[in-house]
Design a protein around this ligand. Structure first.
Ligand code: AHM
Ligand code: MG
Length: 345
């Protein structure tokens, strides 16, 4: 378990992700196993995507996007490849009513030739993909809801635009110096590291809790002039103004990586509203498949999330690609951001 200073107590036995998910399922005697299998399919997708991201630097050799590679095939962008992997591993299983992806403007329906199921899967297949060319970590983010419409029919917009509060499981896969799968189905957050020798995710970070003492703040200060007075005030405060905590700054620009560090080190990540930028009045991040899964994980790990006023989990999405300002990390820091925003706007 993370103890706040980086040292962790490893579990006594080797626990694979499959074993862990199955053992958690036993806690719910009425479970049919569908959720378990969806999580296993996402873990498999993570391994396949990781095998592509680790080859990213070879694009020059194997062919770049829109080019023909040595096998004579057109080379796809990594975010499209990741999207296809997630969709194709999940479209035929009879477990999902529909999917939502950052890569698709509309609902991804289950093809008519396959049965539909009782869950909805939302994902950002490769978040931070603009960083790929610089060999910087990227990630997959996902959330799972129970459908609302009757089983056997096509999934609906109402199924796909449920509040984050109704998430049944969520997580992310980080493709960094190692590949990690972090998920929660409620009650706790657990992290697994891919052992590339054996191709298995092994429990490496059991029962993750955000450390009580925050270490870093994380935001793109290049946009500070576009932030509201309250957010500017908060940014001064985290750096020590008005008795604030004097945190160090870290910003990768790849949210899964920035979030993962915040979760393990303590601190706050934020992507606020850009009040002077007509293109991004609500910031950049998407509620359904970026903000809500990470808010769910952070709350399960003892931290908090906010849009500046309330938990994003309580916002009713106004569409598949609803954008929202986002603050996530230690409870006290998120509460302080809300306080400054209320006071100064
Ligand atoms: P993307 O979904 O197009 O990859 O954009 C989301 C990413 C996040 O990973 C990251 O937090 C943010 O964009 C960085 O944006 P910026 O470059 O504006 O700081
Ligand atoms: Mg994204």
């Amino acid at each position: 378990m993370a103890n706040g200073n980086g040292a962790r107590k490893l579990p006594g036995q080797l626990v694979t992700i499959e074993r862990h998910i199955l053992e958690r399922q036993k806690l719910h005697p009425d479970a049919t196993g569908d959720l378990t299998r969806i999580l296993q399919d996402i873990a498999l997708a993570g391994k396949l995507i990781a095998s592509h991201t680790t080859q990213a630097g070879l694009a020059e050799v194997l062919g770049t996007t829109n080019e023909i590679n040595v096998q004579g095939e057109e080379v796809q962008k990594l975010d499209e490849i990741s999207n296809d992997i997630l969709f194709r591993l999940n479209d035929h299983t009879g477990r999902l009513a529909a999917m939502v992806s950052e890569e698709a403007s509309d609902i991804l329906h289950i093809p008519d030739k396959y049965p539909t199921g009782k869950y909805v899967l939302s994902f950002d297949p490769l978040d931070g993909s603009s960083n790929i060319d610089y060999n910087v970590s990227v990630g997959t983010i996902f959330a799972i809801h129970r459908r609302k419409s009757p089983i056997g029919e096509r999934g609906t917009l109402e199924d796909c635009t449920q509040k984050g509060r109704d998430i049944v499981a969520a997580g992310y896969i980080l493709y960094g110096s190692s590949t990690m799968f972090v998920y929660s189905a409620g009650h706790s957050v657990n992290g697994f590291t891919l052992d590339p020798q054996i191709g298995e995710f092994i429990l490496s970070h059991p029962d993750i809790k955000i450390p009580a003492k925050p270490k870093y703040f994380s935001a793109n200060l290049g946009y500070q002039q576009h932030w509201s007075p309250g957010v500017q005030k908060f940014t001064g405060w985290v750096q020590g103004e008005d008795g604030g905590p004097e945190l160090g700054l870290r910003y990768i620009g790849s949210m899964v990586a920035d979030f993962h560090r915040t979760l393990l080190s303590g601190g706050i990540f934020y992507y606020p509203a850009n009040i002077h930028d007509k293109k991004r009045p609500n910031g950049k991040l998407r509620l359904l498949y970026e903000v809500n899964p990470l808010s769910f994980i952070m709350e399960q790990a003892g931290g908090a999330a906010s849009d500046g006023h309330q938990s994003p989990l309580d916002i009713q999405p106004n569409g598949l690609h609803h954008r929202t300002p986002f603050f996530v990390g230690n409870k006290e820091l998120v509460a302080q951001a809300e306080k400054f925003i209320e006071q100064y706007g």
